[in-house]
Design a protein around this ligand. Structure first.
Ligand code: FAD
Ligand code: NAP
Length: 308
């Protein structure tokens, strides 16, 4: 039998958890669906020091705290990978791999996933030296040399984190300037364990058939090729939206991000999008949380109009 809710939130990252808190506290029946554990990208983040109220907090711990808040007013957490949303009059039908749900409001908070760099060896050695998550895998590289590829916030922040266990961290970036926030750059430049390789295009993750042994790159300007010996290659070259399931709704931009207005409304009444999955400038926990609060409240307003 199809289960019914006032609001279904898809994704239990900081955005989705906040939307669920607001909607359930307004006395709506709310289900939060996630294909994995709650917390979203915060589970892949070592230390968060730009979320107000905490000088510094581990990502998974902040996820635990948000989950406890968001389920306090009765929101249910359910496992499931959403594959489709369909409209049925005012109602929406949300389909997962195992269940079908009916709801008045859908709040899409599916966030993003890491991009691959697309070089030989990346897939072959994934989980055997190639990683996209320093928090998950950093401990395997105690006293070893690791390479981080990328120049944004993730590469620099997680590179600094890796210095706590690795012998050395070499950040390989394709330009001669980092994209990361200044405070993260300053911290990395001050850290003796971190070296930088500039204007370097990664060509291959090399290995011995079993695990990673190095990263091959060439200098963009001189064309010279080099190999950095390393047992770990952490790849942080950006993110892409997780929106395949919503392609049929006609709410995506050309890159797959979801278009909304300031009230987090998509062009479909009763369908909202929040957090990283939304087309926006600043993708952060604070902005996901802000979006979630707005959408949770808008859900209440929208449901009032249905009963008028
Ligand atoms: P997410 O946190 O991405 O959560 C999305 C959820 O949706 C996930 O749980 C996922 O499993 C689920 N999902 C996806 N598709 C489906 C589906 N089809 N069906 C069901 N569930 C689905 N921001 C900061 O403010 N400070 C930091 O220090 C910081 N550090 C970061 C470090 C790293 C390495 C990375 C990658 C990001 C960092 N960020 C940081 C950014 C921050 O993590 C994100 O902006 C934030 O998590 C976005 O929240 P969200 O709720 O939009 O999505
Ligand atoms: P990002 O900001 O998009 O940076 C990606 C980096 O990878 C850029 O430096 C880019 O180079 C490089 N790159 C892209 N494609 C490449 C390729 N094919 N080969 C080599 N290098 C490549 O992604 P991110 O660092 O993962 O950050 C994602 C989001 O999370 C951002 O919004 C960020 O602010 C947020 N975040 C925030 C924090 C924090 O607040 N502390 C921490 C982590 C992440 P160019 O610079 O040349 O484009």
């Amino acid at each position: 039998m199809t289960k019914k809710y006032d609001v279904i939130v898809i994704g239990a990252g900081p955005g989705g958890l906040t939307a669920a808190l607001y909607a359930s506290r307004a006395n709506l029946s709310v289900a939060i669906l996630d294909r994995g554990i709650y917390g979203g990208q915060m589970n892949n983040t070592a230390e968060i020091e730009n979320y107000p109220g905490f000088e510094s907090i581990m990502g998974p711990e902040l996820g635990e705290k948000m989950f406890a808040s968001s389920t306090r007013f009765g929101a249910e957490f359910l496992y499931g990978t959403v594959s489709k949303i369909e409209q049925k009059g005012d109602q929406k039908i949300v389909t997962t791999d195992e269940e079908t749900y009916e709801t008045s409001v859908v709040i899409i908070a599916t966030g993003s996933e890491y991009k691959k760099i697309g070089v030989p060896g990346e897939d072959e050695y994934s989980g055997r030296g190639v990683s996209y998550c320093a928090v998950c895998d950093g401990a395997f590289f105690k006293d070893q040399d690791v390479v981080v590829i990328g120049g944004g916030d993730s590469a620099v922040e997680e590179g600094v984190y890796l210095t706590q266990m690795a012998k050395s961290v070499t950040i390989v970036h394709r330009r001669d300037q980092l994209r990361a926030q200044q405070i993260l750059q300053d911290r990395a430049f001050k850290n003796d364990k971190i070296k930088f390789v500039w204007n370097a295009l990664t060509d291959e993750i090399q290995g011995d058939g079993n695990e990673v042994t190095g990263v091959k790159y060439h200098d963009k300007e001189t064309g010279e090729e080099h190999v950095l010996p390393a047992s770990g290659a952490f790849i942080y070259v950006g993110i892409q939206p997780l929106t395949d399931a919503f392609e049929d709704l006609g709410i995506l931009d050309e890159q797959g991000w979801i278009d909304t207005n300031d009230n987090m409304e998509t062009k479909i009444p009763g369908v909202y999008a929040i957090g990283d999955v939304r087309k926006k400038e600043l993708r952060q926990i604070t902005t996901a949380v802000g979006d979630g609060g707005i959408a949770g409240q808008q859900a209440f307003n929208y449901i009032q109009t249905l009963s008028d």
